[in-house]
Ligand binder design. Sequence first.
Ligand SMILES: [Mg+2]
Length: 309
Amino acid sequence: MDRSSRAIGAVVGSAVGDALGAPFEFGPPGAYTARFPDGRGQMCGGGGWDPGEATDDTQMAVLVGESLVERSGLDLPDIFERFQRWEAGAPKDIGLQTRDVLTNGQPWDRAAALHFQINLRAAGNGSLMRAATSAVHFAGDGRGATMDAARRISALTHGDPATGEGTAVFHDLVRVALDGGDPQAAVPDALAAVDPGHRARWATVLAPDWHPSDATEVNGAVWPCLGSALWAVRTTGSFEDALRAAIDLGGDTDTVAAVTGGLAGAVYGYEAIPERWTAALHLPLPGYGDRVLRLPEFLRLAERLAQGA
Ligand SMILES: [Mg+2]
């Protein structure tokens, strides 16, 4: 399998995971397998989502990705402006913290920091969930550069450095997977590049024997979200099974599945994503007229992002 298939797999896989997991958000563990006992999951819709409709995770990932290709690199004020335009378009779902930061009237380089100063607890998974596009774009620049870009994009909405470190680790695991490597084997090197003050907590959830039931927070928090995604990829043997494992955890299923799908797509490549899922995939983009992205638009974006990789 070539690198381009893996890069497209990461971008499309994340969007597919988001759409597949969305109907199960905040549901109990095992709901996906209960719904699809033969193991052949379908884009089923529910909870306000149409079958195949991706959510805010993918909307924000697309906004980041389009900024990266249209601005020929990292333009943080431009990404922030795109987020604000999207927020003003009244998306069906948006993280509470993300909305606060985008509407608190502060400039792009102050808004999230101010929110963190006031609220302190800010380590949700809301910047990790949108990282597949930037992970593909920056992969070719090496570990230091891709982790740094991840931290800076994360900090646009999430002032807690823990989220930046987790997003940086995700970027590096995708980078290794795009090269054909094993993301679990890449964990020690990624951890070595994590801020020392955050390293131990990340090492815990990324350890090869960690299980999602060991989590000390709900999976809407950044640590168990990435830990669960890596667990889902590590303990299964296909793209489809990784997503089943992720969604069966319950809780923040769209985001855990989006992160899992990004990683699994990089590991298994685009061809491993079932066609019955990609055919149904679609993404309305509030704030941008009547735009609805479907598979051809995702493929085009992924190919342009991969050129930077
Ligand atoms: Mg979502």
